[in-house]
Design a protein around this ligand. Structure first.
Ligand SMILES: *[C@@H]1O[C@H](CO)[C@@H](O)[C@H](O)[C@H]1NC(C)=O
Ligand SMILES: *[C@@H]1O[C@H](CO)[C@@H](O)[C@H](O)[C@H]1NC(C)=O
Ligand SMILES: *[C@@H]1O[C@H](CO)[C@@H](O)[C@H](O)[C@H]1NC(C)=O
Length: 348
């Protein structure tokens, strides 16, 4: 298990606190929670680098969906990591986005940049934006028995926005920037991989004389599940230094050359995660004390692993539930209320 001393070198944490305020201010800041109904003053968003500021001014109408995308990403991260020691929640909410939320493979980077691409793409397809809309490039030759119709979602545009905006800071010549760029791109690639055709039938009374189809993004949950698989099989890299005309440049190369080299779809990391067992405000770890664990599971949600070997407490909890339900003809169900007793296990 990695030691806590490693913390500050992981996934940009040492710089994260100062260099990612844009993410938390977009996702959490109260002044942006009603984006979409109010004008956005780009200059009032703290921490934008000049490139992002220019971007915000040029594309101000899509900024609410950029912010929405970060939120979607973080919510999905919390779903995917719900049973883990670190559950994508941090001590200091205002740092929640690209601050201490780091882990092997930097899932957060991938899911948040996917979220931005996803939300912008969906917003454009709604048709009210002036700078983007549906994807007309797909209007080539359709397959047998159908033609293009509806609105194909323009994931290229959404990805471009995510790339311009989320990667704007990842331009340092160090390994961390290289890793973040790679994982950001993997998030966006996931959406492109998972695009699918949706079709609709037209014709007299339900017949399918004419079928029209368009490209659609999947549910965001599908993207989350896909990236979680990528996270579980993330590739470990080592850092290499090269001398170039602009100075030293760090790049990443696979640690084990008997494994297949990671593609742009894979997540990469170069240092192991901290174990998140103990609380540490500096890193956003709550520790796992008082977390509910599963006494029969041998996985990471089980009491052994989740509680980091400290053991667990057990208490009983009474819950009211519906019981002895009877179906009456016709048609309702009548139940009684029973008290059931459950064992609840929490980490010491
Ligand atoms: C995540 O963990 C924290 C701290 O252990 C806990 O307070 C919070 O309820 C958890 N969130 C979810 C969604 O499980
Ligand atoms: C949380 O982060 C904000 C912004 O960096 C900072 O001002 C505040 O003091 C932090 N709060 C805690 C409890 O660390
Ligand atoms: C606990 O773990 C077992 C075994 O993995 C699983 O079947 C069960 O559904 C889990 N219980 C809860 C409440 O998650």
């Amino acid at each position: 298990m990695a030691s806590f001393g490693y913390f500050l070198f992981l996934c940009g944490l040492s710089q994260a606190l100062s260099s990612y305020p844009i993410w938390w201010s977009l996702a959490i800041g109260h002044q942006y929670s009603s984006l979409g109904t109010q004008p956005i003053l780009c200059g009032s968003i703290p921490g934008l680098v000049p490139k992002q500021l220019r971007f915000c001014r040029n594309y101000v109408e899509i900024m609410p969906s950029v912010a929405e995308g970060v939120k979607i990403g973080i919510r999905e991260c919390q779903h995917q990591f719900r049973g883990r020691r670190w559950n994508c929640t941090t001590v200091n909410d205002s740092l929640a986005i690209f601050g201490p939320v780091l882990d092997k493979g930097c899932f957060v980077h991938a899911i948040a940049s996917a979220g931005v691409a996803f939300a912008v793409t969906r917003f454009c397809a709604e048709g009210s934006a002036t700078i983007c809309g549906c994807d007309t490039r797909h209007k080539g030759s359709p397959g047998e028995g159908w033609k293009w119709g509806g609105c194909s979602e323009d994931v290229e545009f959404g990805s471009m926005v995510s790339r311009e905006f989320a990667d704007a800071r990842e331009n340092r010549p160090d390994a961390r920037s290289a890793m973040n760029r790679h994982n950001n791109e993997a998030g966006r690639t996931a959406i492109i991989e998972l695009m699918h055709l949706k079709c609709k039938c037209h014709g007299l009374s339900g017949s399918c004389e004419v079928k029209t189809c368009w490209w659609s993004q999947p549910d965001f949950r599908v993207i989350g599940d896909y990236l979680k698989d990528k996270y579980d099989s993330a590739s470990e890299m080592v850092v290499e230094k090269h001398r170039e005309s602009r100075g030293w440049v760090e790049t990443l190369r696979p640690k084990y050359n008997f494994f297949k080299a990671p593609t742009e779809k894979d997540l990469v990391y170069y240092e192991n995660s901290p174990n998140f067992c103990e609380p540490n405000p500096e890193t956003g770890s709550f520790g796992t004390r008082d977390r509910i664990c599963n006494v029969t599971s041998h996985g990471i949600d089980g009491c052994d692993l989740l509680c980091c070997g400290r053991g667990h407490n057990t208490r009983t909890e009474k819950r009211k539930e519906k019981c002895h339900c009877i179906f009456h003809w016709c048609c309702y169900v009548r139940c009684q209320e029973c008290i059931r007793v459950y064992d609840v296990h929490t980490c010491k």
